[in-house]
Write a new protein. Structure first.
Length: 282
């Protein structure tokens, strides 16, 4: 693969705006960004496959020469994963003029160290969003798709605390990875992307990916993926709970979380929130 081509990965907590970011980047003439990959499927499948295959080798050995089999291990599974991902990314470069081919997979959040090791020349974009908005957005999303939330949380307040703890853990994991490989890992906040700093935030991502950037290009991508377009005509902030693009508004948590829920989030994630510019108070 040509050295001037960039492989990249977009990830974040579910309902952080990663789908919007994927579509925004895919609108760039030099970028292809695949939607909704789930490479965790292969991780789990390879573990089962190699365990089963190693057992088969052991069984055959016991029935034949008794020689020690050449088993596969976790490193072999990691190499298989890398090849699968590279095959997926290579598809993007089949299009003329593409300089950066990427995937959006929120599961990378839990496997960031593995992916950084597998793709040391790649580029990673982590989308960060206020955990209270992540909780509210994911709560309504799960209800929309029919998820039985009663087994996971009694109410939105309990769900918010659960999400906040998960958010804090994931964000700290990514921050630790950034200390080791910060030059290839770029973090951007949803609130900046969706607000007045949108053009600067987009331009920063494009520069990180090594493609045509600048305020005009950034604005064209923001225009191409406006909330009004994605939602079918609704303005940002007008709610439709039956839509994946429910509201798209930063700070919507204030309309749904009471003081007890806000305190629960602060207890679970307040310190991490502060390090990333989020005020854990009301």
């Amino acid at each position: 693969m040509a050295s001037d081509r960039t492989l990249f990965f977009v990830f974040g907590m579910p309902k952080s705006g990663t789908t919007w970011l994927q579509m925004l980047l895919d609108a760039h003439p030099e970028i292809v960004c695949r939607p909704e990959d789930q490479f965790g499927y292969f991780v789990k499948s390879f573990e089962r496959l190699l365990t089963g295959y190693n057992k088969l080798l052991q069984d055959v050995s016991e029935r034949t020469s008794g020689a020690s089999p050449a088993f596969f291990d976790r490193r072999d599974g990691a190499l298989m994963l890398r090849n699968i991902v590279r095959i997926a990314l290579a598809k993007g470069f089949r299009q003329e003029g593409v300089r950066a081919s990427g995937v959006k997979d929120n599961g990378i959040t839990d496997r960031i160290s593995l992916f950084l090791d597998l793709f040391p020349q790649g580029r990673f974009v982590y989308l960060l969003r206020d955990p209270r908005d992540v909780a509210v957005s994911s709560w309504f999303h799960n209800q929309r798709v029919g998820t039985d939330m009663s087994r996971r949380a009694a109410d939105l307040s309990a769900w918010s605390r659960l999400i906040a703890a998960s958010w804090a853990s994931a964000t700290e994991t990514v921050a630790e990875a950034a200390k080791r490989r910060g030059e290839i890992l770029h973090t951007v906040r949803y609130e900046d992307l969706a607000g007045k700093r949108g053009r600067a935030a987009v331009a920063g991502i494009l520069e990180h990916l090594g493609v045509q950037s600048g305020p005009d290009m950034a604005q064209s991508l923001l225009d191409a993926t406006r909330f009004e377009t994605l939602s079918g005509g609704r303005k940002r902030g007008k709610e439709d709970r039956a839509s994946f693009w429910r509201k798209g508004e930063a700070g919507d948590w204030r309309n749904h979380l009471g003081d007890q829920a806000v305190m629960g989030v602060a207890e679970a994630a307040g310190a991490v929130m502060a390090r990333h510019g989020y005020d854990a108070g009301r």
